[in-house]
Design a protein around this ligand. Structure first.
Ligand code: NAD
Length: 332
């Protein structure tokens, strides 16, 4: 049974090869993204392709994979907005993902971004290295007592809510489905517009769908409290980049932390330090002193990578050979 990995990095190889000792699949690691440019290079005899957040599996790619005899598309991530599920169904290809892997990894990164932006530890680090011990410009605010709005209270959002409750924040949430245990822990569910109107900090933890594309744009930004801190560790397409740039210029958004970015597939997971970047929006974002961009690293902990490898190979085996499949792992 052969699995070809796309967008594979050294750490993917390390964690999957170690986990594969218990499975015995034939693994092949390709550095390139999967997309229309390369789909035809997949060889017959490939049972599964294993892909990540920025691989593009549209109908054209899926048709080619089906012709090659690929039976499974295994996403080694939770989000699946980059796969045309209808096309996969049409061509009889199963699609699976990792529904849950250390949600705390992502939630903790969202908190790290919030604390960095608020307490300006990134600036303090550089300042002190230059023997500048001045505090000017480093003032933050107490999170204790502040109102935090959480959009999406699935596994990651729930972990984030619990951390914020631990900080002594008032936590408001919007999700089409209430989580009873969060409610009894003190989280108050409200309609989306009520949450964003009252929150000092807003963190996005919902998946990107066709309905919530640009959930955060000029309209919702102007409905927020002036000086809001906005954190997005979910998907770049939830935020209209140019409109959030305008909101940063007016101070409507006081600080922005993003681990995901609309056009990230051209940038993230690559060392572009010697390149001229043509994307003016990311350059503008990086130029703000109150914007923190990380390159889709929220998931990147040892625990999460171990769980991703185990869950991915376990689900592929269960699909191919029959067996128990974890809840939410199979999409098609
Ligand atoms: P999940 O499926 O457990 O929870 C998602 C929640 O969002 C659900 O409760 C759902 O009801 C809710 N939801 C759906 N549409 C909504 C909307 N329009 N508004 C508000 N809530 C909505 O997913 P999860 O494991 O918590 O992951 C959340 C997202 O985090 C993923 O979809 C993915 O995009 C992102 N993610 C990012 C990283 C990273 O490294 N940055 C890693 C993993 C996941």
């Amino acid at each position: 049974m052969k699995i070809v990995f796309f967008s594979a990095k050294a750490y993917d190889r390390e964690f999957f090869e170690s986990c594969n000792e218990g499975y015995g699949f034939e693994l092949e690691f390709w550095e390139t993204h999967l997309g229309p440019h390369i789909a035809d290079a997949v060889k017959e005899g490939t049972d599964a392709v294993c892909v990540f957040v920025n691989d593009k599996l549209n109908a054209e790619v899926i048709e080619v994979l089906a012709q090659k005899g690929v039976k499974i598309i295994a996403l080694r991530c939770a989000g699946f907005n980059n796969v045309d599920l209808d096309a996969a169904k049409q061509y009889g290809i199963r699609v699976c993902r990792v529904p849950a892997y250390s949600p705390e990894a992502v939630a903790e990164h969202a908190v790290a971004m919030l604390l960095t932006l608020n307490r300006k530890t990134h600036k303090a680090y550089n300042r002190v290295r230059e023997q500048n011990f001045s505090l000017s410009g480093l003032m933050g605010f107490n999170l204790f007592g502040k109102t935090v709005g959480v959009i999406g209270t699935g596994k990651i959002g729930a972990a984030f809510c619990k951390i914020m409750l631990g900080f002594g924040c008032k936590v408001l949430a919007y999700d089409p489905f209430d989580n009873k245990s969060l409610k009894s822990a003190g989280v108050k569910y409200m309609p989306f517009h009520e949450v964003i109107k009252d929150a000092d900090v807003i963190s996005l933890h919902c998946p990107l769908t066709s309905e919530n594309h640009y959930l955060i744009g000029a309209g919702s930004l102007s409905a927020m409290k002036k000086g809001v801190t906005l954190i997005n560790t979910s998907r770049g397409g939830l935020i209209h980049t140019r409109e959030v740039i305008e909101a940063l210029k007016t101070g409507q958004v006081a600080a922005l932390g993003i681990d995901v970015y609309e056009q990230e597939e051209k940038l993230f997971f690559k060392d572009l330090s010697g390149s001229i970047i043509g994307d003016d929006d990311i350059q503008r974002l990086i130029s703000f002193p109150n914007v923190l961009v990380t390159g889709h690293q929220a998931f990147f902990t040892q625990e999460a990578l171990t769980e991703i490898a185990e869950s991915t190979l376990g689900t592929v085996k269960a699909i191919l050979e029959g067996g128990d499949i974890g809840e939410g792992a199979v999409l098609v």
